[in-house]
Design a protein around this ligand. Structure first.
Ligand SMILES: Nc1nc2c(c(=O)[nH]1)N[C@H]1C(S)=C(S)[C@@H](COP(=O)(O)O)O[C@H]1N2
Ligand SMILES: [Mo]
Length: 400
């Protein structure tokens, strides 16, 4: 833990007793997520397998968030700091030798593939892409919305290795007139009658060059928490579609009426206010651009009499970044983008140096614009599930 995290209200020892148990033996402290609408403290740093200090939103099934400190340097999020999200409990004793991926539905010939057969379905592909929950930052919504009260740490950027989904689909042959491709994993609902977590994408997306059935994350086999042995990767799309522990691929001849596509993970197509009902919705799909200041925490003090260097990172969402600006109340200055290390779907660093004597910097934020011309809005686009947060994230710095 570094000093910055300590400044960000890391309160060692608070509330650990209530969490002591077989899973959470060694909680080292609490972290304040700064959530406006409610309890904001979360335990930090439990011994989840393969994980470093993570914010525990829920233990079973796990919801783990990365503290913003994990994003201070670089453009790749180590596996130990990648957030974790499961809707339902999942097996932890998976046999790679016995695992099969069944491909059926609107196909020419259903097949059941071993891991070796999946891996041999096409050439291996590497892609660096941001994995972000559609509800990332939801806990910062005002007024408050329901769902996991994430801060902004339900995201990370990793290198994914696998084969193209279209090459895997070719093993069964997609039938004429197919519309969507649906995925299921090995996790099963906790409560009887509850819907399984299955998700589908349109066929044209499934056929893309960069949509993968992946087995590695940052050059390691997928950790159990991230979907061993195989997961879907849809670069540029929210990771609700990146189904983990992939066991079934079903080609659909029509629309998907299943719960997690037809009823949830949808957002309004028109502006809505709290309390509005019966507005039209569509599934959330692509990510908007986002950017964060990582060199300074909100409320930090800076020296008045010398130039001030600010740093952070940004990503374009479903395309690359065009620019990042630092914005304040009525002013903006261009930031310098770091090298494009990993392509359009990855984190990219930026920096800017403000001149001497900038004084107090109230409500400053980094504002990203992507290559489609989509830019971060000044005000939150409120929606009842807090999906697709993209508002400029602001901090205040005091000059001394
Ligand atoms: N099998 C399965 N895959 C899943 C989920 C799930 O509950 N079960 N959750 C999805 C959601 S909502 C998110 S945000 C991402 C999280 O991926 P991660 O845990 O690897 O960060 O996994 C997706 N894939
Ligand atoms: Mo998610």
């Amino acid at each position: 833990m570094n000093s910055r995290m300590t400044r960000r209200a890391l309160i060692a020892g608070v509330g650990t007793a209530a969490l002591a148990g077989p899973v959470l033996g060694q909680v080292s402290g609490m972290i304040d997520l700064g959530l406006p609408g409610g309890p904001s403290l979360r335990p930090l740093d439990p011994p989840f397998p393969g994980k470093g200090a993570m914010i525990v939103q829920r233990i079973r099934p796990p919801l783990l968030e990365a503290p913003m400190e994990a994003f201070r340097k670089g453009t790749i999020t180590p596996n130990a700091r990648m957030f974790v999200r499961w809707n339902w409990p999942f097996p932890t004793d998976i046999s790679a030798a016995k695992h099969r991926v069944a491909i059926g539905g609107a196909v020419k010939a259903p097949v059941s593939l071993t891991l070796d057969e999946v891996a041999a379905a096409g050439e291996p592909v590497d892609i660096v892409a941001v994995n972000q929950c559609a509800g990332n930052g939801r806990g910062l919504s005002e007024p408050r919305v329901t769902g996991t009260q994430w801060g902004n740490g339900a995201m990370g950027c990793a290198k994914w290795t696998g084969v193209r989904l279209r090459d895997v689909l070719a093993k069964a042959g997609v039938a004429e007139g197919a519309k969507r491709v649906r995925f299921a994993g090995l996790d099963v609902p906790l409560t009887e009658g509850a819907p399984q977590f299955i998700k589908s994408i349109p066929l044209d997306i499934a056929m893309r060059d960069d949509v993968l059935v992946a087995w590695a994350m940052n050059d390691e086999p997928l950790p159990i928490l991230h979907g061993f042995p195989l997961r879907i990767v849809v670069p540029g799309w929210f990771s609700t579609y990146w189904v983990k522990m992939l066991s079934t691929i079903e080609v659909l001849g029509g629309e998907d009426e299943s719960h997690y596509v037809a009823e949830t993970y949808r957002w309004p197509t028109v502006p809505v206010k709290p309390g509005d009902k019966d507005f039209p919705t569509v599934p959330i799909t692509t990510m908007p651009p986002r950017s964060f200041i990582t060199s300074h925490d909100d409320g930090a003090t800076v020296a008045r009499a010398r130039p001030l260097k600010l740093e952070g990172f940004a990503f374009g969402g479903d395309t690359g970044l065009a620019k990042v600006e630092l914005v304040g109340e009525g002013w903006s200055v261009p930031c310098e983008l770091g090298p494009d290390e990993h392509g359009p779907y990855a984190f990219r660093r930026w920096s800017v140096t403000l001149p001497d004597g900038s004084g107090n910097l109230t409500g400053i934020g980094a504002k990203a614009t992507n290559l489609n011309g989509l830019t971060q809005p000044d005000a939150l686009v409120w929606n009842p599930s807090g999906y697709a947060r993209g508002v400029i994230e602001r901090i205040t710095l005091r000059a001394e």
